[in-house]
Write a protein that binds this ligand. Structure first.
Ligand code: AMP
Ligand code: MG
Length: 339
């Protein structure tokens, strides 16, 4: 049985109380954050966290992010808090930045996918913060079946988990639309493990140069530090093709590809910032912020409309565009067409 609690008009005290009781009872609660919806459980309760992995079909070595509402909670989770972490938290929390730090004994190995580090962030969303404050630090990966596009609407969570989890809090559409930026501060040099909602440039503005983990660029390496990166992600049922290059060339190439696929009898969907004549079209908006916000929704929606191929327009790999291209290339299984 799944209870859907409507909080589209904001955090509601009674609803939060109910959801918090479920969290404290070891149950699963999906809730909105500013990035995407999370599938939450009590981060310090190994049995509760295990249910997240079961519900998602998530490999056990893919660690979860622990969400806190107060900086002081970080001390309960992390053994050592370097000065970079303090600086970044001061500047960007609450917000879409996850920091990886050496974990304390109290954090169960299930939560960290067997690693001796823990990933922590403070979400900038009134419902998420209220829920954590009313319960405990909450471990929450994105609230999608493993491998599917992340959820940016409660309907996406309903599609994947109705009947399988106890509570879904509907807080409307998420503001950012891509997951948090993950930064490892547990090794000698700060290392980007996943580009996300907080642009890398902003982090570097505070702590200087950051290394980029090779897996971020899609290199198939054995990633001990962030096993999450080795799994296929964000894939709709349709085959995704990303077209990258200079704007004029991309426009021409997409038009050509539409014709090519259609001549083979395939139904073609296009997601882009410009209009195209295809079987199905999803307008991503104008700015990088629009594209990030609409990305996962577009993948899910084009899939529902039954296309065989999704052609996605690439964006420049800076600012939020770094996260967008990272997700798109993964969704495409690295099927990239250079225009
Ligand atoms: P999700 O919540 O589904 O967006 O996935 C969380 C991601 O955070 C994982 O796939 C990892 O890439 C990263 N992560 C979480 N915990 C750790 C950790 N202890 N060390 C490295 N990366 C982590
Ligand atoms: Mg995820």
């Amino acid at each position: 049985m799944t209870v859907v609690i409507n909080m589209r008009d904001g955090a509601d005290e009674r609803g939060i109380k109910i959801a918090a009781r479920f969290i404290l009872g070891g149950k699963l609660v999906a809730f909105p954050t500013e990035t995407v919806y999370g599938l939450g459980a009590d981060a310090l309760n190994a049995n509760a966290v295990r249910r997240i992995f079961e519900a998602k079909g998530r490999p056990a070595d893919n660690p979860l992010i622990v969400h806190i509402a107060d900086f002081r909670d970080l001390k309960k989770l992390a053994r050592d808090i370097p000065k970079e972490a303090k600086l970044l938290a001061e500047r960007f929390w609450p917000g879409p930045l996850t920091m990886v730090l050496p974990k304390r004994e109290e954090v169960p190995m299930v939560t960290t996918g067997g690693l001796d580090t823990v990933a922590v962030r403070m979400p900038a969303h009134p419902i998420a913060l209220a829920l954590i404050r009313a319960s405990t630090p909450i471990a929450a990966p994105s609230a999608n079946i493993s491998g599917r596009p992340s959820p940016t609407l409660a309907e996406h969570v309903v599609d994947d988990f109705y009947g399988k989890i106890e509570v879904i809090i509907d807080g409307g559409e998420t503001r950012i639309g891509v997951e948090s930026t993950v930064l490892d501060l547990s090794s000698e040099r700060p290392t980007l493990l996943r580009p996300g909602g907080l642009p890398l440039e902003e982090i570097e503005g505070v702590i200087g140069g950051v290394e980029i983990h090779p897996a971020v660029r899609g290199k198939l390496v054995d990633v001990a530090r962030s096993p999450g990166m080795k799994y296929r992600h964000y894939s709709p049922n349709a085959q995704v093709v990303v077209v990258e290059g200079r704007r004029e060339n991309v426009r021409k190439k997409i038009a050509e590809l539409i014709e090519e696929y259609r001549s083979k009898g395939l139904r073609v969907g296009v997601m882009a910032t410009e209009r195209y004549e295809a079987d199905e079209f999803f307008h991503l908006g104008e700015t990088d912020e629009d594209v990030a916000k609409n990305l996962f929704r577009a993948l899910r929606e084009l899939d529902k409309r039954g296309v065989d191929v999704i052609i996605a327009e690439g964006v420049e790999e800076k600012g939020l565009g770094f996260a967008v291209m990272n997700r798109l290339r993964k969704a495409a299984g690295y099927r990239i067409v250079w225009a």
